[in-house]
Design a protein around this ligand. Structure first.
Ligand SMILES: [Fe+2]
Ligand SMILES: [Fe+2]
Length: 160
């Protein structure tokens, strides 16, 4: 039996995953406006991935019989000072998401809810990849490499 606390936390996370999907779409829009087609495609793939993360939570909530709450999504940015700023924002958001999943896993442990705890493990693993990916992209752009040239490196970093 999943607790009300965890139901609420998962519903909030569902909203945050959909927000992340919107944020990556905003970064795709920014990239497109800069004629960076490769980055646009990369961020669109990230956006789809985040929607997938949201759906995984959605399905879990439905399966355990918890009400799904679809809250309004905040407006997101589609303009950045630079691609570096966009990737830094993405890294910061992913780090925040990791802390949120750790808090949820901790709550599940304290409640001895092993079902939810196990469900959350997939996300904790996924967050290692996400943080690593954006950490590398930030480092790449911080190196001063031209974003147009950096596009050729994206297929490796963007598709897991
Ligand atoms: Fe996610
Ligand atoms: Fe993510």
């Amino acid at each position: 039996m999943i607790s009300q606390t965890l139901k609420d936390m998962l519903n909030e996370q569902l909203t945050r995953e959909l927000t992340a999907s919107q944020q990556y779409l905003g970064m795709a829009a920014y990239s497109g406006a800069q004629n960076l087609e490769g980055w646009q495609a990369f961020f669109e793939r990230q956006s789809e991935e985040e929607r997938g993360h949201a759906l995984k939570i959605f399905h879990f909530l439905v399966e355990v019989g918890a009400p799904v709450k679809l809250s309004a999504l905040p407006e997101v940015k589609s303009e950045y000072a630079s691609l570096l700023e966009a990737t830094q924002a993405a890294l910061a958001y992913e780090q925040k998401v990791t802390r949120e999943f750790q808090a949820m896993a901790q709550a599940a442990l304290e409640e001895k809810d092993h079902t939810t705890y196990q469900f959350l493990q997939w996300y904790l693993e996924e967050q290692i990849e996400e943080e690593s990916l954006f950490g590398r992209l930030v480092a790449l752009l911080e190196s001063g490499l031209n974003p147009f040239l950096a596009e050729s490196l994206l297929s490796k970093g963007g598709e897991k």
